[in-house]
Design a protein around this ligand. Structure first.
Ligand SMILES: Cc1cc2nc3c(=O)[nH]c(=O)nc-3n(C[C@H](O)[C@H](O)[C@H](O)COP(=O)(O)O)c2cc1C
Length: 200
């Protein structure tokens, strides 16, 4: 009996340690506001509802920010098409790598790490934070810094188009803390962070 109980406990630990990736629904690539209206409404928000994004909205957002709109090319441009920008998504339940080809969030860390990814209070309760990382094995630092800006702006425009979503790009975070948390090498530079959520 004791042996069986022990096996069950070990099995429980093993199951909880298994990575739990999130398969996203296919992104919806039609609709939204006309571009000129979205541009006119683009702005920074810093107050968000404590409410998760539904998976369809999250999938659409991630596709707009770093997805593929052709066989091997992305919605955002990158210098020499090196595609050196990696997008990590911080949710309340964990931190995930966005795999745009597989349309999947690949679990990297379990648990709520929002306190580590920004110094402003709203970061710690917002449903979505991005960590935008340059893979310097693939491209120069200069290129990565410029290319990261396209992801940020696409998130701004997506939110403006949705109307009920807000976002803020954030340089005010502890780079070393995020690097340590994510176990990044010097060749993976955290360039910028961004918060997204329903507007309060
Ligand atoms: C590179 C960059 C870094 C920024 N960092 C922060 C930040 O750490 N925290 C913050 O609240 N806003 C940050 N912002 C947002 C700006 O404060 C905001 O864009 C500016 O006040 C203009 O407002 P608007 O975006 O509504 O036009 C940043 C903007 C940029 C472009």
């Amino acid at each position: 009996m004791r042996g069986m109980l022990l096996s069950l406990v070990i099995l429980g630990f093993a199951i909880s340690a298994i990575a739990q990736d999130i398969t996203l629904p296919a992104p919806k690539k039609t609709g939204g506001k006309p571009l000129m209206e979205a541009l006119n409404q683009r702005q920074t928000h810093r107050q968000f509802l404590n409410k998760e994004l539904d998976l369809q909205t999250l999938s659409n957002l991630l596709w707009a920010v770093n997805g593929f709109n052709r066989e091997d090319k992305r919605v955002v441009p990158t210098s020499q098409n090196k595609q050196e920008i990696d997008l990590y998504v911080v949710l309340e339940r964990g931190i995930y790598f966005y795999d745009g080809k597989a349309n999947t969030l690949v679990e990297k860390l379990k648990g709520d790490h929002r306190k580590s990814v920004g110094r402003q209070d709203f970061v710690h309760t917002a449903p979505v934070n991005f960590i935008i990382v340059g893979d310097l094995n693939k491209n120069s630092r200069d290129a990565a810094i410029i290319d990261a800006g396209f992801l940020v702006q696409n998130a701004y425009l997506f939110c403006a188009s949705e109307g009920n979503l807000g976002t803020v790009v954030r340089a005010y975070f502890d780079k070393e803390e995020v690097k340590k948390l994510m176990n990044f090498t010097d060749k993976h530079e955290v360039i910028i962070t961004q918060t997204i959520g329903y507007i309060k």
